[in-house]
Write a protein that binds this ligand. Structure first.
Ligand code: SF4
Length: 379
């Protein structure tokens, strides 16, 4: 496993460093049902999720809050988290708030204008909505278009000091002031459902993002609000074994990738296989070091099937080509269906947003999605 991933994959160490609580079997037994990502340990730690569950069992609703920085098309790793959000919404029958932080992407120089962020905001939102979110309980909002967020951010800004922001985000004096102010905008996103609607927020988040949650929890405490809870996830390794990244397209499968591109990426993916078929049959492979297996486990197989698959790999009963073919087939099937659903939800995009929708941007997204879908139907 490459060093960068090894470092973030030492999850026991991260639990200690961040002081978060591991998710116990006892906690999972109190849920109405258990999602596969809990079963395979992908969500592995939390802050106050136990309290949220307890309050929910006593009849108080909470809100799921998870954002997206719209600077690019999403990849399959993102879908995994938002699929989970849709499941949480269905299972607990709770609202989902989804800030699209074009302001963040602009001040961090990831997009050249807020206008550029708009296109990706609608593109990403429709991808997320296509996962089956309930339009009556789903509230997307583009951060720079939402006046209430600005108002809340101004109010919350007096609850935090510049040194705290510097310590959490690692900013220096050469960083632009937009980055500093965005730190309270982010807390405004997280606390928006609490301040305006009275719901405690539950934020599914990658473990290394925990310091941002901690800052919002400190701010909430000072503002005498219920502290947001969090569910922490691990990282799904990218196809090359490195973290998935838009700057390294070979690490991830993007929702704009054609079947041809997907095939070539999966064929080059890192496996735990032996150098030759003969050795693979004799010695077996190592699924624990195999990215293809981790992707099959996350996207395709049930936990029981994944265990059986592991056994077959170790005994040399399956070859890497077979796994790659399966992953490719399932990913293409999934994405073809996904693009069709995206086109359906695009027709009612306005139902999912807290503010007016820019139909011109939605039309551009539809045009692009139709182009991509053509590639899937002709392959
Ligand atoms: Fe991975 Fe499959 Fe190869 Fe085993 S046989 S190492 S699971 S790709």
């Amino acid at each position: 496993m490459p060093d960068a991933l090894q470092k973030i994959a030492d999850y026991d160490r991260l639990i200690k460093i961040f002081g978060v609580t591991p998710i116990s079997k006892e906690l999972l037994s109190r849920l109405p049902s258990v999602h596969k990502l809990f079963e395979i340990g992908y969500f592995f730690a939390h802050r106050d999720f136990d309290k949220v569950v307890e309050e929910w069992r006593r009849g108080s609703e909470f809100a799921i809050l998870t954002g997206r920085g719209p600077s690019n098309v999403m990849h399959l790793g993102h879908l995994l988290i938002f699929d989970f959000v849709a499941w949480m919404q269905r299972t607990f029958n709770v609202p989902a708030f989804l800030p699209l932080s074009d302001d963040e992407k602009y001040v961090f120089l990831k997009i050249r204008s807020l206008r550029e962020g708009r296109y990706y905001a609608y593109d990403n939102a429709l991808d997320i909505a296509a996962l089956g979110l309930d339009e009556r309980k789903t509230f997307f909002f583009i951060s720079s278009k939402t006046r209430e967020i600005y108002e809340i951010a101004v109010e919350l800004s007096t609850e935090v000091t510049l040194s705290e922001v510097k310590a959490v985000f690692g900013f220096s004096d050469s960083d632009n002031p937009g980055k500093y102010f965005y730190s309270v905008v982010q807390s405004a996103h997280i606390l928006f459902p609490t301040i305006r609607k009275g719901y405690r927020s539950l934020v599914p988040i990658a473990i290394d993002q925990d310091p941002y949650i901690r800052l919002s929890r400190d701010i909430a405490e000072r503002a005498k609000l219920p502290k947001p809870a969090a569910l922490h996830s691990k990282y799904l390794p990218g196809l090359t074994g490195e973290p998935m990244s838009a700057s390294k397209p070979e690490t991830a499968i993007f929702l704009s990738d054609t079947p041809k591109v997907i095939k070539s990426k999966i064929w080059k993916a890192l496996t735990g296989g032996q150098p030759t078929l003969k050795e693979q049959k004799e010695k077996g492979g190592n699924p624990d070091k195999c990215v293809v297996f981790k992707w099959l486990e996350a996207f395709v197989l049930s936990p029981k099937e994944a265990e059986e698959w592991k056994g077959k790999c170790r005994r040399g009963e399956i070859m890497c080509g077979e796994c790659k073919r399966k992953l490719y087939g399932e990913v293409v099937k999934k994405l073809k269906m996904h693009h069709k659903k995206k086109l359906e939800v695009a027709k009612k995009a306005d139902k999912f947003f807290l503010h007016d929708v820019d139909w011109g941007e939605v039309d551009k997204v539809v045009e692009k999605t139709e182009e991509i879908l053509k590639e899937f139907t002709s392959s």
